[in-house]
Write a protein that binds this ligand. Sequence first.
Ligand code: ADP
Length: 473
Amino acid sequence: MMSRSCNYSRALAAGSFTTAVARDRAALDKALQETSPNLVIINQNFSKADELAITGTILERFPTLPVCLFFSQASLELVKKALHIGVSDCLFAPLRIAEITQTVDNCLKRANHIGDWNRTQVKITTASLQRRVDELQKLDTILEHIEDGVIILDDKLNILLINAAMRRTFGLWHDEAVSGKPVIEVLPHPDLKALFQLQKEGNTPTPHHEIAFDDGRVFTAQTNHIPGIGVAVTMQDITYLKQVDRLKNEFINTVSHDLRSPLTAVLGYVDLLEKVGSVNNQQHEFIRRVQASVESITSLVNDLLELGKIESGFDSQNEVAPLDGILRYALETVDGQILEKHLNLHLLLPEDIPPTRGNPIRLRQMLDNLVGNAIKYTPEGGDITIEMEAQSEQVILRISDNGPGIPPADQPHIFEKFYRASNVPKGVSGSGLGLAIVKSIVESHQGRIWVESMPGQGATFTVVLPLTQKTIA
Ligand code: ADP
């Protein structure tokens, strides 16, 4: 406590307060530092300085310390300013002992209340912070122990966090410092690079994307945008599922293969029936029905065998393949169907499409299926638009129609074997294998395919195939 005229110092001492008196700034600072006072009283013009400025400085350093100002001559303006900067109370001349002790008591009580309130708030905040820390630790433990790989990246694809499963998958040491480093440098895997390319192109969440390792492990990975943070990549081990899938495909292939010979025999004998003797109209109709059914099973079996061949990667044919020419041939064979259904075909085919590389027979199969579906699913008089465009390193093919479209819930599955959407129009037959064949062909050519559709407003299938360096040149 500081004063120039110390009559209130005596009054306080009488009221069993311990007081200290500072006569200048240096003494005041020393007293503040050494005695940690409960209350400071500052005289007007203390140390010949502006008492408000000094009070302001003290309150900046000790915001909870009660400061009282003693005015020998006070104006209302001055008192207002004092209260505004946070002075607890003011004393005015002439001083009376009762008034001094009362004011000091009030200031101390208030300071105690504030102190209590502060302590309670600190307790509450500390408890809440502790809860947050506990939650974060829990999250950390969960993240470290889940079997799926998780990696969190910032917007520039630098690593923010990587969990134990992800480290194990890529063979990183537990304590290898990777935080802040570009993910592509730390995990230089071509499939992962392709996934980030997809994400860069705005596909978020990205479709499930396979990451295959040389030792036979296969993972499915997906990226999700996290607002304000960046990107989360999650990876699951699907090696076992891939093995089961391979076994299932082998089984389907064997069965399909074994079915083909008896089916050919059935068809041959049915064809012979009418040649070996006359049949009546009813018998003729039965023969026709048997032929139609056997042909449809044969086409299913053939599709399955084709799919098996493409998936097994036995198609090693890799030659220059002019996609525009193959498309023109494919369209020639469906001329009749287009005319019959009165469909309007809009063909946007520039002259200068460079050829891609691959297997022309498979590419033709891909086009047959996509064009065939557009014709099959578009109602009479509808529109089909086929456009092709070459960009620097790829050729883009879009086949759109204004048929029934595909419901959003079905869209992720239509490239799966035997899957047919829930809105397939009545009487439109199919095996659900065409798009699975198309997807396998596209992928075996290192391309991508996707569908965009609004139910009732048609569908657009987009195929992107890379132009190899040779064909670009
Ligand atoms: P399907 O033999 O049934 O045509 P696909 O594998 O070719 O089999 O296609 C899978 C499913 O995708 C179809 O059953 C259909 O529901 C949907 N689909 C494919 N193309 C179209 C299209 N152009 N318009 C509407 N739906 C389509």
